[in-house]
Ligand binder design. Structure first.
Ligand SMILES: NC(=O)c1ccc[n+]([C@@H]2O[C@H](COP(=O)([O-])OP(=O)(O)OC[C@H]3O[C@@H](n4cnc5c(N)ncnc54)[C@H](OP(=O)(O)O)[C@@H]3O)[C@@H](O)[C@H]2O)c1
Length: 355
């Protein structure tokens, strides 16, 4: 428990001076990992992690909800050198030991130079650039990354959007979908796919979704016009010149496999899958294209914060509903990350700090 005086100060800042109310002894609960490996073995809930301090142009957010992403699994397992270069070569550096790439909560303290936000504002953010921090009671967020959560969107719903919802929105935008276009969404049963199916439908597309057999009914219930089980059907079975766009959230085969099923002038957008394929599409995308087709990966040309806002707007208007398979407390984060690797997730797993 925090001393009452400090707690009061956290919710009642004096001016913008965070030093006055963030004491060194202040601790919080957080899920940390000290070494790389199986999340269930190397991650644990502690209650003595220091509350981080916001610097200039940052705020401190009291995290109400976060959500579990494929990125958390990649980081805790650190099977790729690039991750070890970012987090720490042999083990994660002390400052990088809390994962959790998206946060939704209320602002508790404001660093110098932050304009337009007040203590108590309900906000969400993609905090990948800070290498996480969401699986904790408090997280520091750059003011530039903050997005207000509108009325009608709960903290749990908001926590599904910064990574998965915005990536789906960016993918759909890059697919350049017009009403009536035929769109294939590969990896439709996951966090990104569950948003992509609904966003593409809301844009008037005819959506074919691909996922594993066990999840076909769920994906159909999200509005997909057709659902194919990729375990029994190959890309060739989808027919030649069949799709105006492919949004691929599960590229584990060669991206070139899709060039035949894409129409002339069709767009293939890789959102996720193997790192190797992501690099291949970024570097050599045009090699896969037949004629005027385009093959590309996600880019930041469409702003992350703007996409989060777009998805929030669609949720508030009832056009999109975040698919939350279950909500778990902080202590169950390691198991939730493991279940992503076991392909046991349908939509999103949300972490609720009040539980
Ligand atoms: N660039 C970005 O901004 C960004 C943002 C978010 C996510 N991503 C990436 O996008 C990908 C999807 O993220 P997510 O959050 O949706 O993950 P997720 O919730 O774990 O869902 C993964 C999806 O991929 C499918 N899948 C998994 N392994 C597969 C395989 N070997 N062959 C075919 N399909 C497979 C799953 O289908 P079944 O479970 O039905 O088998 C599921 O539909 C990840 O690679 C993630 O890193 C990128």
């Amino acid at each position: 428990m925090k001393p009452p005086g400090v707690w009061k100060a956290l919710v009642t800042p004096v001016g913008h001076n965070t030093e006055l109310f963030l004491q060194d002894y202040e601790m919080m609960r957080a899920v940390i990992f000290r070494q790389y490996g199986d999340p269930k073995e190397v991650m644990e809930l502690v209650d003595d992690r220091k509350v981080p301090r916001p610097s200039a142009n940052e705020v401190l957010v009291k995290v109400e909800s976060s959500s579990v992403n494929a990125a958390d699994r990649h980081m805790v397992q650190a099977n790729y050198l690039i991750i070890r270069l970012l987090l720490g070569l042999l083990r994660p550096a002390e400052k990088n030991r809390v994962l959790g790439m998206d946060v939704a909560g209320t602002i508790q303290a404001i660093g110098d130079g932050v304009e337009g936000f007040e203590v108590g504002d309900a906000v969400a953010a993609d905090i990948r650039k800070s290498l996480g921090g969401g699986f904790a009671e408090y997280a520091v967020v750059k003011a530039a990354d903050l997005v207000r959560i509108p009325a009608g969107v709960s903290f749990e719903q908001a926590a599904t959007v910064p990574i998965s919802g915005q990536a789906a929105m960016m993918g759909v935008i890059l697919c350049g979908i017009d009403s009536g276009d035929r769109v294939l969404i590969n990896g439709a049963s996951g966090g990104v796919g569950s948003f992509a199916v609904q966003i593409a439908k809301a844009q008037g597309a005819h959506v074919t979704a691909a996922c594993s057999a066990a999840k076909v009914d769920a994906v159909k219930s999200w509005g997909a016009d057709e659902v194919v089980d990729y375990e029994s059907a190959s890309v060739r079975d989808l027919g030649a010149n069949a799709y105006d766009a492919v949004l691929d959230a599960a590229c584990f085969r060669s991206p070139g496999d899709f060039s035949e099923t894409l129409k002339e002038g069709g767009r293939y957008v890789l959102v996720g899958g193997s790192y190797y394929n992501m690099l291949r599409v970024k570097a050599f995308g045009r090699w896969y294209a037949r004629g005027t087709q385009q093959f590309r990966g996600l880019t930041q040309e469409v702003e992350v914060a703007a996409n989060i806002q777009r998805v929030f707007g669609m949720i508030a208007q009832g056009k999109v509903e975040p698919i939350i398979q279950k909500t778990v407390p902080l202590r169950e984060v390691p198991g939730a990350i493991s279940s992503i690797g076991q392909r046991a997730v349908v939509g999103k797993i949300v972490v609720n700090n009040q539980r």
